[in-house]
Every structure is written in C-alpha cells, then in structure tokens.
Design a protein around this ligand. Structure first.
Ligand code: LLP
Length: 434
C-alpha cells in the first residue's frame, strides 16, 4: 500500500500535487512519501509480533538524510555497507548503537570508525576480515562485537545480479565452515561473539527461499547460543515490492483481486512463515529491509522533451536518464510510468521511454503503452524510492537529481539538484599542463 494516487486528474503524493513539485523544483526530481515509509515500517513490525526484533533499515536503498531521520524517529536502527553510510546516519542525527555493519571489504579506517562510533555489531564476511577486526580492536584497546554472515547456499529465485546466498557469490562464510569460523573467532582476544547473520538476496517475492535459508541456519544459531551465548539472529533483508502494477498496488483492492497463489509475498505472509521458525530459538531477530521500506514510497518525476516518431517506433525522450535511475539499464528492471496529468480523452501511444544519455541502454521502458504526451508535460516513474538516487551517477556530466520529502500537505526539498560548480569541485588542471 502507498500514498500515490490521482485526485481528479492529477497524480498526488499524499495531499501534494506532484506537478506543483515539478514546476517548483524542476526535473528530474525524486519525491518520497513519509506516510508510505511509516506505514511500511509499522506493517512490517506488526507482522513480527511475538518476536523480540530490531529493524535495521538498509540505507543503501535510500540514504537521504531526511529519510534517515524519519526512520530513526520511527524507531529503526540501520544496516551500513560502508563507512560513508555510517557517517550519513550520524549526520542525520541518529545514533548507531543498535546498527550493524555488513560488506565484504571493510577497510581499516572503516573498522576504526565503526568501533569508535559504538555500533551494535560487525557482520563479518570472511576469516581475514575477522583477523583484521581483531587486530584493529586490539590497537584501540576495545572488544569488537561481531557476528558471522553465513552463506546458506540457497537460491533466492530473484534476478541473478541481486542474488547473494549461493556458494558462488562473494558473500559470507559457507555454512559448512561457519562453526569452525566461530571456534576460531572465540579465540581472538579482541572480539566478542554477538550473533549470526544471513542475507540471500533482494526483491524476493516468494517466501520459500527465505524459509529454506532460515531452516538451514537455525540449528547453527541454536548451537552458537548454547556454546557462545550469542543473542541475535539477523535474517537480512530482501522483501520484494510490486513493480508491474505499482500504482494500482497502492490500494487494498488490488491485493484482494490477486488470486491467492499469485499474490506476491507480503509482510504478513513473510511473518506468518518465519515467526514460527524463529520464535523457538529464543534469540532477538534482526531484519535489514531496504527496498520494502522505501521502494514504493518514491517516484522519479521527469519532463517530456520530445516525442520522436522513428521508423516503426516512437521514442518518448524525457529529461531523466540512466544516470538518475540505473535500475532498468542495469537489471532490465520494470518501472511503471504514468502521466502526472491524466487525460482519458487522449489517444494512447506505444513508445520507448528513453533518456538523453548517449547509450542504447538509457531506456526506461520498451514499447510501453502510455497516454499520448508532448513536450513540457510531466510523468512519474513509479517505485523509484529504493536504489534510485543512491545509485545515481554524473554520467554525461549530468548533475545528481533533487529529492523532495512529502508529509501530508507539507513538502520540502531534502536534497537540492547539484550545480555544475559542485560537479567539478575537487578537480583541477595539473600544474605541468600549464
Ligand atoms: N542486508 C544486506 C547484507 C544487503 O546486502 C542488502 C542489499 C540488504 C540487507 C537490503 O536488501 P533489500 O531489503 O533492499 O532487498 N541495487 C539492487 C539491489 C541490491 C541489494 C544489495 N543488498 C536493485 O536496485 O535492485
């Protein structure tokens, strides 16, 4: 469920007319709904009732400071994939005492930062990383709280590029070697064993792979609790969202209309399947959702530059591009595209929706049927709240897009569009070139 809908002919985010945002701040601009994020957070929390749990928002999905503060206010902690993400959480005025740090390549500087900031735990992905954390903690005269990320060798049944839980993936320590890794870790003087972690992939829409992974890791978790007194089990993130019927899925009626066997995983079906497996362990359960909390809470607004009629093909050329939202180019991801002003009297148009970047992959949609749109009209690329702005680049010397946060009828610019000067700050012509 989300808070994007047409009121009259105009697409609104909560009570805000999105065309007004586009006119005020220009395009391309990301717009986020605070109420949708809060609803997603509450709904996921409710689905876990009966468990002692902590939601750690994976801020690789959306790291805008306003968004981070919103989640901190809701009671979330965070999952970081880098020192930069940790610093963003601190910059948002949140604390990191309940937050966790994942990633296969933590540098010494990042480990120092995490230790001095007092994070809840490192999610360790290899034996050499364990040795490094022990070494750095020793130099600082502290004990590093750690959990090992285990790789359960389970297929998450998602896109190959966002699958992480098979043994061929770079993540975690294979389940069969995990007990030995904990044994070794217990001998390190500067680490404290806190929990166990897994994460098998992203945009997971069926609960079965998660059940399989939890069932595989649970006996280890029980053994580690008995042997080393670990206190939590992190089951990672991965809950998928609806991309294809993005707008309609904001309403309960859409969900009710889906046949039971076709309904994508919901927080409720996720909780119903996993809580009974997790509860008997008597451990705190940590979750690291990213996409589920923010994906359907954001759209990317764009303006039509041209409608180009090609040979047997139409191209709707918009001012957003793959540098602003890379998911279609990178994962062939589907994003629904809708006009900000809906006019049912217009003809429909079948077109490729493309950006101005000089790459064929700069294409948001192929042969998409849309209401006919012309120069200067606006559209929204739906479900762009996760892995949108955080994956944006400056390719083709395009500045990073703006971000706006909406709450009710209030909205504010929470990241200004970059200026050209900001994009070249830090560069210089070397003296030897004269
Ligand atoms: N925990 C860990 C250790 C992760 O690596 C990730 C995501 C998450 C949690 C959050 O997963 P989520 O709940 O968002 O599925 N850029 C890709 C997604 C990459 C996910 C990377 N890891 C995309 O746009 O689809």
């Amino acid at each position: 469920m989300h808070h994007f809908r047409y009121i009259g002919h105009n697409l609104h985010c909560e009570s805000v007319d999105l065309a007004e945002v586009a006119r005020l701040y220009g395009t391309p601009t990301y717009v986020y709904s605070a109420a949708t994020m809060a609803d997603n957070y509450t709904r996921l929390s409710k689905s876990l009732s009966g468990l002692d749990f902590q939601i750690c928002f994976a801020n690789k999905a959306n790291a805008n400071l306003g968004v981070l503060r919103h989640f901190a206010n809701l009671g979330a902690a965070f999952d970081f994939a880098s020192g930069g993400e940790l610093r963003r959480v601190l910059a948002a005025g949140a604390d990191v005492k309940r937050s966790v740090f994942a990633g296969v390549g933590k540098t010494e500087a990042e480990i120092v930062l995490a230790l001095t900031s007092g994070i809840f735990a490192f999610h360790v992905e290899s034996e050499p990383e364990l040795a490094r954390i022990n070494h750095v903690a020793g130099k600082l005269g502290v004990k590093a709280p750690i959990s090992i990320r285990v790789n359960p060798d389970v297929d998450a049944l998602t896109h190959a590029k966002i699958s992480t839980g098979k043994s061929e993936h770079k993540f975690g320590i294979p389940l069969r070697f995990a007990a030995a890794a904990y044994e070794a870790a217990s001998k390190y003087p500067h680490v404290a064993l806190r929990g166990v972690q897994m994460h098998i992939g992203s945009q997971i829409t069926e609960v079965e792979p998660l059940v399989e992974a939890v069932e595989k890791v649970a006996p280890l978790a029980a053994e580690l609790k008995a042997k080393f007194g670990i206190t939590y089990f992190s089951i990672g993130g991965g809950i998928g969202i609806v991309y294809r019927d993005a707008l309609a899925s904001g309403q309960a009626a859409w969900w009710e209309a889906q046949p039971a066997d076709k309904r994508p995983m919901t927080p409720e079906s996720y909780g119903a399947a996993l809580v009974p497996l997790l509860k008997p362990l008597g451990l705190k359960v940590v979750l690291e959702p990213g996409r589920f909390l923010v994906g359907n809470a954001g759209v990317l607004l764009s303006r039509v530059e041209y409608l180009k009629r090609g040979h047997g093909k139409n191209f709707l050329i918009v001012d957003a591009a793959m540098n602003d939202l890379v998911r279609p180019a990178m994962y062939d991801a589907f994003h629904e595209i809708v006009p900000l002003h809906r006019d049912t009297t217009r003809r429909s148009l079948v077109a490729d929706v493309v950006g101005p970047v000089c790459e064929t992959s700069d294409c948001f949609a192929k042969d998409r049927s849309l209401q006919e749109l012309g120069e200067g009209e606006y559209l929204a690329i739906m479900s762009a709240g996760a892995y949108g702005r955080t994956m944006a680049s400056r390719y083709n010397a395009r500045p990073l897009p703006a971000e706006v946060l909406v709450q009710g009828s209030a909205f504010e610019l929470v990241a200004a569009r970059e200026t050209f000067e900001q994009t070249i700050a830090g560069e210089k012509i070397p003296a030897f070139l004269g």
